[in-house]
Design a protein around this ligand. Structure first.
Ligand code: 5GP
Length: 194
């Protein structure tokens, strides 16, 4: 790539109710396209076994998270579940653009709406949804990563989040994963490779 060439950083936002499969889709796209960089969020939720600090999330304790809020370090942040905070650090977007990559987000609907508002002209917001609420329930309940109490909270929130579908640029129905991945690739290619 000619490094003197002007780079106009873009933003692709994947948002969805928890359990829709957006993380799988985002991982696939990151693997396929070297021109994408993942926006690593900060959170105070406990790290899951396979997660890596600094790669999946920056895992902070609540005190550190709150300090960053006070310092104005976040582009956006949300208390996604009671006592569990998630946020996008301003430096994260700059870090990725400075590498001449486009930023890809995996974020819940309120954060996605805020990012879209902040970057209306250079962002694409894609809402991923399962084929039905019944299927969403099935997928969430099949997860082994959460306690029963947390699963119920996730389910309640996911059902509410389904109502946001029409407020984003694109809707991607994740029924057959292979089909959804192909459609996601098309969205990314037509937005990033012009
Ligand atoms: P999980 O605990 O399953 O990793 O994430 C819970 C929810 O928080 C998911 O919908 C995820 O996309 C969302 N999330 C992750 N990072 C951020 C962030 O920086 N800001 C907001 N608002 N939500 C986030």
């Amino acid at each position: 790539m000619d490094t003197n060439e002007k780079f106009e950083g873009k933003i692709i936002i994947f948002t969805a109710p928890s359990g829709s499969g957006k993380t799988t889709i985002v991982r696939h796209l990151l693997h396929k396209y070297a021109f994408l960089g993942f926006s690593v969020s900060a959170t105070n939720r406990p790290k899951r076994e396979k997660e890596v600090d600094g790669k999946d999330y920056y895992f902070l304790n609540e005190e550190k998270f709150r300090r960053k809020v006070e310092e104005g370090a976040f582009v956006e942040w949300e208390e996604v579940y009671p006592g569990k905070f998630y946020g996008t650090l301003k430096v994260e977007i700059e870090r990725i653009w400075s590498k001449r990559k486009h930023v890809i987000f995996d974020i819940e609907v309120k954060g996605a709406t805020n990012i879209k508002k902040l970057f209306p002209d250079n962002s694409l917001a894609i809402f991923v949804r399962p084929p039905s609420i019944a299927e969403l329930r099935k997928r969430l309940l099949g997860r082994q990563t959460e306690s029963d109490e947390m699963l119920l909270k996730r389910l309640a929130r996911a059902e509410e989040e389904m109502t946001y579908e029409n407020t984003f640029d694109k809707v991607l129905i994740n029924d057959l994963l292979e089909v959804a991945l192909e459609e996601a690739e098309q969205f990314v290619e037509s937005f990033c490779i012009i």
